[in-house]
Design a protein around this ligand. Structure first.
Ligand code: G6P
Ligand code: MG
Length: 214
């Protein structure tokens, strides 16, 4: 059975968490709320709107809808100024090895990301041509752990969900993959990603033989 491979973007292909951190910290501090690296961890895989809701609740702050929209758009503009500087050097180790193997063998490859900036980032790191299908935050309404993003990717790849393999670094993303009835491969800390079928620290730990036998 032909497998389809679906990659999360942030934390799997590139490490954008450091840029989200800088932009969220500036926003939070600007309205008198502390923002730590531990809190930033909790925003991995979480949508833009949900992230600001969490920050406001950590700071016990209530703001108007207008201020909320204004802050969200300022944060994204800040974030985009970091994205603007990205290059192929920011691709995480051994990602090209795996993507090249899949595309060289005509194995279907999709992106499944919560980010509305996903296409811009893939263009910056020159990987957009590696993906047969891209499903991002502009294409779905239900955030991970809802399986919508991965089910849409599978449908567009024309591969049955149970034949799809998902690479994810967030717990919400692993849950979304399992809710979609897919094979979930965690990239990161096994104590956090324990619902995954397999967990690797990063792609340097994954051999092509492992991918081939999935
Ligand atoms: C990914 C990141 C999250 C981010 C979300 C939305 O899931 O891990 O930290 O909030 O995408 O990203 P965006 O680029 O649309 O703000
Ligand atoms: Mg991620």
């Amino acid at each position: 059975n032909t497998k389809g491979f679906i990659f999360d973007l942030d934390g799997v292909i590139v490490d954008t968490a450091k840029y989200h951190f800088l932009a969220w910290k500036k926003l939070a501090n600007g309205i008198g709320i502390d923002f730590t690296h531990e809190q930033n961890e909790q925003l991995k895989g979480v949508s833009r709107v949900k992230s600001l809701e969490k920050i406001l609740s950590w700071g016990n702050k209530v703001i108007s809808d207008d201020e909320f929209s204004e802050l969200i758009s300022k944060k994204n503009n800040d974030y985009l100024s970091y994205i603007e500087q990205m290059s192929t050097q920011e691709i995480l180790p051994d990602i090209p090895k795996v993507l090249n193997y899949l595309t060289d063998n005509n194995i279907p490859v999709a992106l499944g990301s919560a980010s509305k900036n996903a296409r811009a980032i893939l263009q910056k790191v020159n990987l957009i041509s590696k993906f047969n299908v891209i499903v991002d935050g502009n294409d779905v309404t239900k955030a991970k752990p809802n399986p919508e993003v991965f089910l849409t990717a599978a449908q567009n790849l024309e591969v049955a969900p149970e034949n799809c393999v998902v690479f994810e670094d967030s717990l919400a993303g692993i849950e979304a993959a399992k809710n979609a009835n897919m094979i979930a491969i965690g990239i990161g800390d096994v104590t956090i990603l324990n619902k995954a079928d397999f967990v690797f620290k990063d792609f340097t730990e994954i051999d092509l033989e492992f991918i081939a036998q999935l």
